[in-house]
Design a protein around this ligand. Structure first.
Ligand SMILES: O=CC(=O)O
Length: 320
């Protein structure tokens, strides 16, 4: 059996990978595998362990050949995988749900706090000497107590964000999405399923926690931002494609919203001369929501489990 792993994995899982009785082909660099190399190295493999930076489409699947049994991505998002084509070819699909929920929810709250409390301006002021004496209204932001949180997509991560934000004093949680999530509503001690338009109008904080799909692509455009409160904070830790970024720039220029926190952008990395970096009220992080060593090790381990199970003709334990 032959497997292609498109990146060096965190140390414990890398060691376990190297102990397997398989022919291992691995891109040993801490950067994405070039497309040409992927297309060439994937030929004849039985398993493919990839990352969200690898687009797995028909071109890759054709290059791999009909023996390919599994594509296991080390991510919870799988918008980089062509799911219908994988299913049509009976290739098993593995991903890494649950294990990154806490880390991602933590970072979502961090970004919400950072944007709400004007952290970027505060750090800049301290570092540039703009910090003078204590002033009653200088760098005042907004606080969570008694406010409304809008969660776009009350899945595992959305629920974990809402739970954390309630501990910070959020009074009401509203959420949008295709279906009502009764269990999550109960676990949260109440949350209202509302249409997106209503969520935009009533929320003080809007957290995007949904998957990128045809339905959610460009969901946040100028019209959506215009419906939000001018005091609202918008946070996206899901996928950059859910936001029409030029419209976000315009919304910030026109002060349609008060603050933004982004862990995901289009493209990634976001070029350093991008307009979004110019706004003191827009905090941008480099797609690190799941980046704790514990979580990344666990994600890698699940991806390896998925790959090995499929090679043994078993169903993947964490399948899409
Ligand atoms: O963005 C990270 C993931 O999908 O795991």
């Amino acid at each position: 059996m032959k497997i292609l792993v498109t990146r060096l994995l965190p140390p414990e899982t890398q060691a376990r990978l190297e102990q397997q009785d398989v022919e291992l082909i691995q891109w040993q660099h801490d950067q994405a595998m070039p497309r040409d190399t992927l297309l060439s190295w994937v030929q004849g493999v039985d398993g493919l362990l990839c990352l969200l930076t690898d687009r797995i489409d028909n071109e890759v699947l054709d290059a791999a050949g009909p023996q390919l049994k599994v594509v296991a991505t080390m991510s919870v998002g799988y918008d980089h995988l062509d799911i219908p084509s994988l299913k049509a070819r009976n290739i098993q699909i593995g991903y890494t749900p649950d294990v990154l929920t806490d880390a991602t929810a933590d970072l979502t709250v961090l970004l919400t706090l950072a944007a709400a409390r004007r952290m970027k301006e505060g750090i800049q002021a301290a570092e540039t000497g703009e910090w003078r004496e204590w002033r009653p209204t200088w760098l005042c932001g907004s606080q969570f107590t008694g406010k409304t949180l809008g969660v776009v997509g009350l899945g595992r991560i959305g629920e974990a964000v809402a739970k954390r934000m309630k501990a910070f004093g959020i009074h009401r949680v509203v959420y949008s999405g295709r279906s009502r999530k009764i269990e999550a509503e109960t676990a949260l001690g109440g949350a209202d399923h509302v249409p997106l338009n209503e969520l935009l109008q009533v929320s003080d904080y809007v957290a995007v926690c949904c998957a990128l799909t045809d339905e959610t692509k460009d969901l946040f455009d100028y019209s959506a931002f215009s419906k939000m409160k001018p005091s609202a904070v918008f946070v996206n830790t899901a996928r950059g494609g859910i936001v029409k970024q030029d419209d976000l720039v315009r919304a910030l220029e026109e002060h349609k919203i008060a603050g933004v926190g982004l862990d995901v952008t289009t493209p990634e990395p976001l070029p350093t001369d991008h307009a979004l970096y110019r706004f003191p009220n827009c905090v941008i992080l480099p797609h690190i929501a799941s980046a704790t060593m514990e979580t990344r090790e666990r994600m890698a381990s699940m991806s390896l489990d998925n790959t090995l199970a499929a090679l043994a003709n078993q169903p993947v334990p964490y399948g899409v």
